[in-house]
Design a binder for this molecule. Structure first.
Ligand SMILES: Nc1ncnc2c1ncn2[C@@H]1O[C@H](COP(=O)(O)OP(=O)(O)OP(=O)(O)O)[C@@H](O)[C@H]1O
Ligand SMILES: O=P(O)(O)OC[C@@]1(O)O[C@H](CO)[C@@H](O)[C@@H]1O
Length: 326
């Protein structure tokens, strides 16, 4: 079983424009659509659709639109009471596939909700294969909360994956190696936040056929105690860095419609293959196949197995960069 924690879930509202987004003007939407969202929720949705047992833990109150949508979609979930209800995050999509995203900060978390989430994750962690801590933290949650959770899950038998950014990511890294998760899934920008590399250049180089810098940056996290680094690089695919080897996988050509949820789908694809016992390069292949399938779908629509074409992904072994002599 894979358990995901989304401390700051959302209703993802996709607004489809018939023309270009023009700042400062009144625009009329061609269509609108709501999906249950938040990174951990998305991972659980993609896993469920792949037939992998998954439970999403999130703050929400009975009858709120978010848990109701999860129930409708038969996504197993556990909620803890919160004050207020989930934020709404808006994605504006233009006909050429450009997406603009506006994420609300979320509802301030009470101390009681935070304690209840910690209790729920500890209980489920005791019987999970993986615990996934994903997304931003709402106001009122200390930035080092993920670090605290990773440390408290150390004694459980589950593996822990983290996908976050900004202050919670930096606070987690500050407590490496004790808070180093089994897996981190940074995109190029997040890897840059952790290592000082230029994220744009990492992705550009990989797009030009050279993923070595991304692998080198990922290696820095291994040196700080992380076991596996899955670096997603947008259209350039992803690099997997472990102490046993490194690989780069590139997606098939797709027409990108919305990359929202692509990273979450990558993580779900990786974990689905991992719990099935696949070796690292095949886990990477699955990650990239799920990510690119998600990018080809509109809004926060997540891929089902029929959208996922693992055979179309190319996996190349890389030389794992040597550990930092320092
Ligand atoms: N334009 C694209 N073409 C093909 N595949 C893509 C494209 N964009 C993203 N992907 C796929 O999705 C994966 C994740 O993309 P990305 O690195 O943008 O994640 P992310 O920034 O974490 O995404 P998210 O928007 O969910 O936070 C990539 O590894 C790749 O497989
Ligand atoms: O504000 P956060 O928590 O960083 O990200 C939230 C979010 O953008 O992430 C998902 C896509 O990855 C969306 O479902 C959701 O709206």
């Amino acid at each position: 079983m894979i358990v995901t924690l989304t401390a700051n879930p959302s209703i993802d509202r996709t607004v489809t424009l018939g023309g270009r987004l023009v700042r400062g003007s009144v625009l009329r939407a061609a269509a609108t659509h709501n999906d249950p969202g938040g990174k951990g929720v998305n991972v659980a949705r993609a896993l469920t659709s792949a037939g992998v047992a998954a439970v999403a833990i999130l703050p929400a109150n009975a009858g709120d639109p978010l848990p109701s949508a999860l129930a409708e979609n038969r996504i197993e979930h556990v909620t803890v009471a919160m004050s207020g209800s989930a934020r709404t995050n808006i994605t504006i999509t233009e006909p050429d596939g450009t997406t603009t995203k506006i994420n609300e900060p979320g509802v301030p978390m009470t101390a009681q909700s935070l304690t209840d989430l910690h209790t729920a994750i500890s209980e489920f962690g005791a019987r999970a294969d993986w615990v996934v801590l994903a997304g931003s933290l709402p106001p009122g949650v200390p930035a080092d909360w993920y670090a605290t959770l990773v440390e408290s899950l150390r004694s459980a038998s589950c593996k822990v994956a983290v996908d976050t950014s900004d202050a919670p990511l930096l606070a987690l890294a500050e407590r490496f190696p004790t808070a180093a998760p089994d897996l981190v899934k940074p995109n190029s920008e997040e890897l840059a936040q952790l290592t000082g590399y230029d994220g744009h250049l990492l992705e550009e180089a990989a797009l030009q056929g050279d993923p070595a810098a991304a692998a080198r940056a990922g290696r820095l996290l291994l040196d700080r105690g992380v076991e596996t680094v899955l670096v997603t690089l947008g259209a350039a695919g992803a690099v997997l860095v472990t102490n046993d080897g490194s690989w780069w996988a590139t997606p098939p050509p797709i027409v990108a419609r919305s990359t929202v949820g692509a990273g979450d789908s990558s993580l779900a694809g990786y974990l689905a293959a991992h719990v099935a016992g696949a070796p690292p390069p095949e886990c990477l292949r699955s990650a990239v196949a799920y990510g690119s399938a998600a990018a080809a779908l509109p809004g926060t629509t997540l891929p089902s197995p029929e959208h996922v074409h693992t055979d179309a992904v190319t996996v190349t072994a890389l030389t794992t960069p040597a550990p930092d002599p320092a």
